[in-house]
Design a protein around this ligand. Sequence first.
Ligand code: BES
Ligand code: MN
Length: 461
Amino acid sequence: MTTPREQALIFASNNSNRFEETMKELVRIPSVSTDPSTIPAMQQAVEKIVEILKATGFSQAEIMQTEGHPVVFGQTRPGQDNLPTLLIYGHYDVQPADPIELWETQPFEPTTRGDRLYGRGTSDMKGQIIASLSAVESILKQGDIPLNIKVIFEGEEEIGSPNLPAFIRAHKDMLKCNYILNPDSGLISADLPAITYGLRGLAYFELRFFGPNHDLHSGGFGGTIHNPAQAICEVIAKMHDANGRITLPGFYDKVIKLTENERNEMARLPINDDFYKDITGVKELWGEKEYSANERIGARPTLEINGLLSGFTGSGAKTVLPANAMAKISMRLVPDQNPEDVYTQLKEFLNKNVPPTIRWELTQMAGGSPCIIDPNLPETKAMSDALETVWGIPPVLKREGGSIPIVADMQQILGVDSVLTGFSMPEDAIHSPNESQHLPTFHRGVASIIHFIYNLIGKQA
Ligand code: BES
Ligand code: MN
């Protein structure tokens, strides 16, 4: 006799094509959260998700408004508050597709090549949303389980979830749960699953430099008027010292040092400097010398220039002294740093370092707190066992360089840590042209979540 778990796994493998088709339907919707012109797409995306939830077997599935893009909430057993509850988090928004000309096929026309599905959001994270729902469907088809499954899918993760903390605060009861699954992280490679126990935070800024009141002839004024393009480069260049350390006053004060134990664990990850060279194509790595690449990405803060704009950038030549310059600057934060502190530190730095020839403005944009999660929770064990069952080897524990701001907020507001895992991998090119999802890994992901949920139920018995 087959168990419900085995039947669910069989159901998943019999329906694998349909699951892929559903993922494609969602990828076709260009739900770019940062682009105001895509508001209709956000609506289309939430409507599509509600439709999928209903087909999955959710008794409740609804669109809920926020100050920004809408949220989808659903649950399998509404009103059954006596049951333990698993909350699954996801974000249906994606990053912009540009530069579009670098895509081999259209970003919002999902296309299979080899064993990969290409399209914006396939890996980050529409694929993971569909993997989760496919697992839930496979389970529900085998009968009721003693667990209420709730879902919350937001549309603003890629812009720092500005409205989700308030939404969660306002709907604390509705979102009450014992466990949270957040499959927005990744594995190390197709052969090596991972559980993430730390995420970096983010503080994002736009810095504007203003010089003369209009663009000038560079011959008539150069050498007399401080060029804002040059000035912004001079100031940005001072933000790191020769050892790759950030020079904002007090920047490292709250950074929690890595313990020897953590450093030893990180050294065991099967990722070394050559891995980063191979995957990025650079000749040499860069950064704080006293830390390995893994440590720099998982556990050290950074300051990045994400974009620079000034003067003439068209084809040909134009002898201009531009009137202004702009830089997008972001910092990845680690515990116990926070976005407000580094905002103050950046202002202090600018007050001290911007020359009197320039007027400047600083705007605070996306942000989120870093977090560390207890790696010894029973639900983490349930996931670890699930991944080991499917992959045949235990997952590695890692700290992730990326950010998922709501994880720290959920910790704080709901008092529940998230199980962070996922089925995207470094070569999936998330946020880049030609993002893809490795389909065999997607299907292993479905199987892992099936095992995870049955393991959770088992744990309560
Ligand atoms: N899924 C990513 C975070 C991530 C990246 C986890 C790589 C694991 C590996 C998430 O969607 C993301 O990109 N977040 C943004 C958040 C930011 C805009 C506040 C990020 O990290 O840039
Ligand atoms: Mn992302």
